[in-house]
Design a protein around this ligand. Sequence first.
Ligand SMILES: [Zn+2]
Length: 232
Amino acid sequence: MDFIQPLKYLGDLVYPKICLNCSSWLVRGEDSICLHCFEGLPRTGYHFQKNNPVERLFWARIPIAYATSYLFFSEKGIVRNLMHTVKYKDGRDPAFLLGKLFASELKENKSEYKPDFIVPVPLHPSRQRQRGFNQSEQIALGMAEILETEVRNDVIKRNHFSGSQTKKSRYERWENVQSEFVLGENPMVYGKEILLVDDVVTTGATMESCAQVLLDQVPKKLGLATLAMAHR
Ligand SMILES: [Zn+2]
């Protein structure tokens, strides 16, 4: 017996397919956002520029091969709207879709994005439990499908002693000596080309901290990609 199909149709009835940004009905061939909103995405085009603003953000901080962001993030606008959907509703599909759109643009125009694997910036374990998934991982999964590579979550993890829930008095000394990120159970990155992926970059502090742990393992190349860039 096939229980799956009827449930799928029921799902379509309960959650009709509308554009995540403007709520208009989607037509055949449109996936999660309508063509109008897709064309209106505020693309940075940074991956077509040498020494683009994301790369400059990391100058004199960490030695990276390349860096880019797909979209501009602003407090009012389509990207925030979509990121809000990604973050606070069941956003697996939108995050995955945005990752695919991002990677399609990279693949078309920049042949150097050929990582051996993609590492998503891990969420703090308690936040991941709260939210149920890591949106950076969903973005990475969408990108990996287009770039024909894999996503690895066993390379790096978030330090349990970091984050807002830390009892400072108790773990103060730990915080001083430990990075926000530590190596995961399978940190084999030596000689590999890695793409580190996050949702939004602002100051670059989180990515820098994460990238440093990877760079200590001497990869061949490290590239950075975020779905959006916010102005400081
Ligand atoms: Zn729309």
